[in-house]
Design a protein around this ligand. Structure first.
Ligand SMILES: *Cc1c(COP(=O)(O)O)cnc(C)c1O
Length: 233
């Protein structure tokens, strides 16, 4: 049951927060609802979930149109410039900005709908070629500097995906890298504060390393059935 899964996640988060002397109020749990039908989202809303994450632009548009309740929407997937238009009206945070081209397009579309769009810069901390994101401090510095001229986006922090592994050292190293990059960048750009990191497999380690937004799918919604689209379920 979703509500039981949620309780387990919340308890693990609480325990970990306590263990590393952090405050629960510093953390947001984003329920990653991708591939799940809207009924599941309604179930989660009933159970008290406020933040939802999706990773496909069209799926995001279609689901968010069906949900009129007040939720906070996060877009966490790779985003092409020609798909920004599907998100811009509803999305609260875009976690996956990795180029100036994309930042400019988001800025342009945000301006048209008269909003200031919160964004994260995605960083590739795992070194895996299959993952997106900026590679180092210099790239981040350059992109953040360029974005200062864009009035309709608001960079709030950094996002990363760790490798899919059970090796704690590898996971921890991804997350501590992101924290160190944030700390360094924050000296110059005070608005870069948030750390979007930690998924089902690694969220307790991410909390220990300073995560402020966890993106948790499987542990809340169960295994994803990818043989059918969300609308057929
Ligand atoms: C799917 C996804 C998640 C959640 O993954 P789980 O392992 O199911 O918790 C988090 N972040 C991103 C970017 C994702 O695509």
């Amino acid at each position: 049951m979703l509500i039981d899964n949620l309780k387990i996640v919340q308890e693990n988060v609480q325990k970990t927060v306590h263990k590393c002397n952090r405050d629960l109020s510093e953390l947001r749990i984003i329920a990653v609802s991708k591939t799940n039908p809207v009924e599941k989202i309604f179930e989660a809303i009933k159970a008290g979930v406020v933040d939802f994450g999706e990773n496909k632009a069209i799926e995001f548009r279609d689901k968010s149109e069906l949900i009129k309740l007040n939720v906070v929407w996060h877009f966490i997937g790779h985003l092409q410039t020609n798909k920004v238009k599907y998100l811009i009206n509803k999305v609260d945070f875009i976690h996956s900005v990795e180029s100036f081209k994309l930042a400019k397009e988001i800025n342009k579309q945000a301006k048209q709908v008269n909003k200031i769009q919160n964004i994260f810069f995605e960083v590739n901390t795992s070194g895996e070629d299959s993952k997106f994101g900026l590679k180092n401090y210099d790239e981040l510095f350059e992109l953040t500097s360029k974005c200062e001229d864009l009035q309709n986006i608001k960079p709030v922090g950094l996002m990363t995906m760790a490798s899919y592994t059970n090796n704690e050292n590898i996971l921890r190293s991804s997350f501590s890298q992101l924290r160190e990059l944030r700390d360094k960048l924050n000296n110059k750009f005070m608005f870069i504060k948030e750390l979007s990191m930690g998924m089902t497999n690694d969220y307790t380690i991410a909390i220990e390393e300073g995560a402020t937004m966890l993106r948790i799918g499987t542990a809340i919604f169960g295994n994803r059935n990818i043989s059918k689209s969300w609308s057929e379920k």
